[in-house]
Structures are given as C-alpha cells and as structure tokens.
Ligand binder design. Structure first.
Ligand code: CP
Length: 306
C-alpha cells in the first residue's frame, strides 16, 4: 500500500511496489486521457531550495495533467527561508496547504529529516549528492519501455559516479533484479562510493570498474552518461581537470551495440556531443518525457486516487 507514504530513498519501496508504479506509468503512457481528472482538487507543493528544470517542471506538469494544482517556490531566496525560517517550520506550514510535497535541497539527508515534520507524503526530489529516487523511476520507465525488462542487462554508468546521486539511486534499484552486470566508468577521483560497492557485494551483484569508455562500450546494453557535478566540488581546479574526461561522440559509438540505449538524467554540459542526439539510440530527451509519466504514477499512488 503506497497511499500516504514518503519516498526518500529508492529502497523505501519494495521491488513489487516499484513494479506496481511502473505498470501504472505504462498505462498512463498508453492512455493519458483516462487520468486527466484523477487529481481534481488535489494540490502539489514544490519546495525547491536548489536549481532544477526537469524535476520541478515535470512534477508541475504531472499534477496539471492529472487535473490538480501546484504551488511552491523554485529558490530559497523567494521563500521565508531567506528570513531565517527553519526547514522544519517551512514543511510544517506547507503541509497545511497541500496534499503532497516534492522537495529538493542541497543537504544530504534533508528530505528524510524534513519528512518527520510533514503531515502529507514527502517526495525527495534530490538531496545533495545522496539520492534522487524520482529520477530513478524516470530512468526505470525509460528502460522498461525501451528494453522491456529490468534483468539480464549490462548497465554502464560513466562520469561523475561519486557525486552523481542519480547513479546511486539507479544502481540500488537495478541491483534488486536478477542477472544485471554493472560497469562503472570513471576517473579514480570520481569512483562510485564504497558503501554502494559493499551493497552490491552483499547482494552478490556482478560489477567492474573501468577508466576508458572505449574499452567497455561494446558490451553495454545501457549507457548512463552523467555530468561532472560542479556544484559539489570544493576545489575549482579539480573540476576543470575532470569535467571533460568523458565525451560520448559518434566515433565512440561505432563500437557500441545497435540496440544500446543511451541515457542521461540531464542537464548535459559537454559529456554527450550534440551530434549524438540524432542517433536512434539516444533516449535522453524521451527519458525527460517519461519523467512526467513516472511522476504522474507516483503522485496517484501516494495520494491513493487511482
Ligand atoms: N535530472 C534532473 O534532476 O534535472 P534537473 O536538475 O533539471 O531537475
């Protein structure tokens, strides 16, 4: 039963519950008109203390497409946080005004902490470098629609695997399905966190680490490119040294499978050349569209208004 629950970490929901959300999302994708009044009278609150294009706007689009309304702010400067109000007081107040909250905050653990002050379901929409579970639902829906399955896949993650919260969330989620193999491609300084490797070891998931994309691209079913997360670096010189380490272009794609699915949570900086956008394997803008559908399904489940 997902009604009334929070979504803070990807593993807050069981495999069966995620499959349930995916099935509903696929129904919505087929016949969106059947859901256009499902959230009439419901209000979503978007509390965004950090910049966003896709997550905030796809949440807003999702509630509007369900017939509901949305209120919120897109930067802390336009809220009473700028006058010194605590996060707890903001959440206690806003949960009187809305039926569900989507919150993004730069601090790891802020959504978990904030959820204790909310009287309505709270959805973590990115907490620092920690997790981004609704991006994971988006990524999973894209995988389901393109590959038709969640198991038996070789999934490559490339770029900033240390700070890339979407990588952490998707790795956790896909490690719950059988026979997936993970290939983590990054420079030494941006490797996947140790806690995730321990988790994969405990689940007996197979994975490898690589430094060169060219060497492993041929074995991948899914390639998940990521941006080097400038905002999480303490030292600008390190960012400049690492930012263009991986650039996917048509030349590198020559060795890739013909049915490779190329994903990227976006925004992109330099890590995928614009020429790749015309390749039928490039799914990242379609992935952004699925972000609306996945969030529609999540809102319906948390509000229990199917
Ligand atoms: N993918 C994603 O989280 O994008 P935004 O930062 O634009 O929301």
């Amino acid at each position: 039963m997902l009604k009334g629950r929070n979504l803070i970490n990807t593993d807050d929901f069981s495999v069966e519950e995620i499959d349930e959300i995916m099935a509903l999302a696929q129904d919505i994708n087929k016949s969106p008109e059947n859901f256009s009044n499902s959230c009439r009278g419901k209000i979503l609150g978007t509390l965004f203390f950090e910049p966003s294009t896709r997550t905030r706007l796809s949440f807003e689009s999702a509630i509007h497409r369900l017939g509901g309304d949305c209120i919120g702010f897109s930067e802390s400067q336009s809220s009473s946080t700028s006058k010194g109000e605590s996060l707890a007081d903001t959440i206690k107040t806003v949960s009187n005004y809305v039926d569900v909250i989507a919150m993004r905050h730069p601090k790891e653990g802020s959504s978990n902490w904030g959820s204790h002050y909310s009287s309505v379901p709270l959805i973590n929409s990115g907490d620092g470098g920690h997790q981004h579970p609704t991006q994971t639902l988006t990524d999973m829906l894209t995988i389901k629609e393109s590959k038709g399955k969640f198991s038996g896949l070789t999934i490559g993650f490339c770029g900033d695997l240390k700070f890339g919260r979407t990588v952490h969330s998707l790795t956790k989620a896909m490690s719950n399905y059988d026979d997936n193999h993970f290939v983590f491609i990054s420079p030494e300084e941006l490797q996947i966190p140790e806690y995730l490797k321990i988790e994969l070891d405990n689940k007996k998931c197979s994975y490898e680490e690589a430094k060169k994309l060219e060497k492993v691209i041929g074995q991948l079913d899914i390639l998940y490119m990521t941006r080097v997360q400038k905002e999480r670096f303490f030292n600008e010189a390190d960012y400049i040294r690492l930012k263009d380490r991986y650039i996917l272009d048509n030349r590198k794609l020559k060795d890739a499978k013909s049915d490779l699915v190329i994903l990227h949570p976006l925004p992109r900086v330099n890590e995928i050349a614009v020429e790749v956008d015309d390749d039928p394997r490039a799914m990242y803008f379609e992935q952004a569209r699925y972000g609306v559908i996945a969030r529609m399904a999540l809102i319906l489940k948390l509000l229990g208004v199917e």
